[in-house]
Design a protein around this ligand. Structure first.
Ligand SMILES: C[S@@+](CC[C@H](N)C(=O)[O-])C[C@H]1O[C@@H](n2cnc3c(N)ncnc32)[C@H](O)[C@@H]1O
Length: 256
């Protein structure tokens, strides 16, 4: 839509301006360095904290967005106060779609960036009594035991290397009731792309301070094959790829 262009342009500029002010780890050098790494990489917590107030202007989704809908559609339309755990909730873009299906859901929303949680709290001020906001890293927090009907995670898990993901999935599974379901929407890579992503992760990111603990804004996007395998490794009984679009991502559903 051309009439939106100037606004989007300025949000992109503002994003870049804020990212440039963060601590940047320089990219590797050498002939085989991919072009996208040459500007280096920003620290992750600072990136999300400093962009939270303009996040929805850049990434907000229309109500018919097929990706967010594909995640939410795994939750039945209900007025029951079902229990949902949201891992890496951000400003709650995915929750908008979840509340459209389950308006009385009780949601525990976890994020490491306090400013993201603050935006979410403002957005859903009318649901304050249904929301429990928890600030901290998915790597460190406990998610509880046998307490949720659904655990969801959208566009967050690509920050973690497979071994770390498995540890998070085990905690998510433990937090679910035995009838519970884990739903994940995330970016998707081909097997070839994944190889290259993991190669540069192992050659570069893991050697940075906190590199294996999601301290840097490096996307570890996996193929459906690997993603399915690691959900199974974490103990989920049935794992299904329910939706996929090469440009936008994939949605996985895993039963307790
Ligand atoms: C791209 S946003 C996605 C937000 C939301 N799920 C959505 O779809 O709108 C990723 C979120 O993951 C959070 N995050 C990244 N690493 C995290 C960690 N180690 N622990 C908890 N949250 C983390 C970020 O702060 C950010 O809010």
């Amino acid at each position: 839509m051309p009439k939106d262009k100037p606004r989007i342009q300025s949000i992109n500029d503002e994003f870049q301006r804020r990212a440039a002010q963060l601590r940047i780890a320089p990219g590797p050098s050498g002939d085989d360095v991919p072009q996208w790494t040459t500007d280096g990489i920003e620290e992750l917590p600072g990136f999300f904290n400093s962009t939270a107030d303009i996040w929805d202007q850049k990434f907000g989704a229309a109500p018919d967005d097929p990706f967010y809908q594909a995640v939410a559609l795994q939750i039945p339309q209900t007025d029951e106060p079902i229990d949902i755990l949201d891992l890496g909730c951000g400003t709650g873009i995915q929750l908008e779609f979840v509340f459209a299906r389950a308006p009385n859901a009780k949601v525990t929303a976890i994020d490491r960036a306090p400013n993201m949680l603050e935006q979410l709290g403002v957005k859903f001020a009318n649901k304050a009594e249904q929301l429990r906001l928890k600030q901290g890293s998915l790597l460190e927090l406990s998610f509880g035991n046998n307490a949720y009907d659904y655990a969801i995670s959208t566009l967050t898990m690509h920050h973690f290397v497979p071994e770390r993901k498995i540890a998070i999935y085990k905690k998510a599974r433990k937090a679910l009731r035995t009838t519970g379901i884990y739903i994940e929407g995330d970016q998707v890579a081909t097997v070839e792309e994944e190889k290259n992503i993991l190669y540069w992760y192992n050659r570069w990111i893991v050697k940075l301070p906190g590199g294996d603990r999601a301290e840097w804004n490096y996307d570890i996007t996996l193929s459906p094959e690997t993603q399915t395998h690691i959900l199974q490794e974490a103990g989920f009984s049935e794992v299904q790829l329910t939706w996929q679009s090469p440009s936008k991502g994939a949605v996985y559903v895993a039963k307790y």
